[in-house]
Write a new protein. Sequence first.
Lengths: 132, 132
Amino acid sequence: MIKNKIKGLKMTPQRLAILAYLEGNIDHPSADDIYKAVLKKFPTMSFATVYNTLESLKNRGSVSELTIDPDKKRFDPNPDPHNHLICNKCRKILDIHIDYELRVPYEKKQGFEITGNHIKFYGICPKCRRGK
Amino acid sequence: MIKNKIKGLKMTPQRLAILAYLEGNIDHPSADDIYKAVLKKFPTMSFATVYNTLESLKNRGSVSELTIDPDKKRFDPNPDPHNHLICNKCRKILDIHIDYELRVPYEKKQGFEITGNHIKFYGICPKCRRGK
DNA sequence: CTGGCTGCAAATCTTTTGCATCCTG
DNA sequence: CAGGATGCAAAAGATTTGCAGCCAG
């Protein structure tokens, strides 16, 4: 339920529109994608508001910022930990849910305290395989 | 040996300087880092040349572009496959060499032909742990 | 010689910021 | 009503591009 995602934040119509767009979205949209989409319903929407809202949502853990696309940040509204599958041709990004046990032996930690990990699988998506 | 890394490309002094800087570098420098470093020996060096050279080296597989830093591209001259350890505080990036067998069951592949993977481990580096 | 490379500047793209105004709680 | 949020425009970074002149092969 959307309300829970922004509990503690002011519920402005703009934020609700952004959340509605993100709800269930599996396209890992960029800030620009979000802006363009929400702009249709909110002709006055500004980038500042999009970035602003994403920042707040990130801090609350409601969305995460993906460092997967070399050209821009993308956002993922799926809160449970998961990894990604990336097409080398069209850059499409899919979620992939598999649990791996990635143990790091002490001598490889180089003094780090490790708190998490993220796996990117690279490949060619079905559409691009056929297109070839 | 540096020459092998650019076989087939013109060996200009600028390129040699960039390669010399990258040789053995484990800092995962950004284009700007490389530019600044090489500028000291080459006061006329331009960004275009840095990006240009990196593009050529990428195509030859001599360096790889890392999508690890949300703010800019970083480059890794280490050609053998490896993963990375990232400090959440200071953004320092270290190489980590561990082989994991990441099998992806057919039903999770979603039609992709998987060609590779990259693991990012997140944590806090020794310096930042102490600083706290 | 000649095509690839360099250097410079301008352009593009993404993201951030300042600030006056607005409106949720 | 106050403080957080919005909208606009300008600024800041990173990266790309156009193009004239240069030089490695």
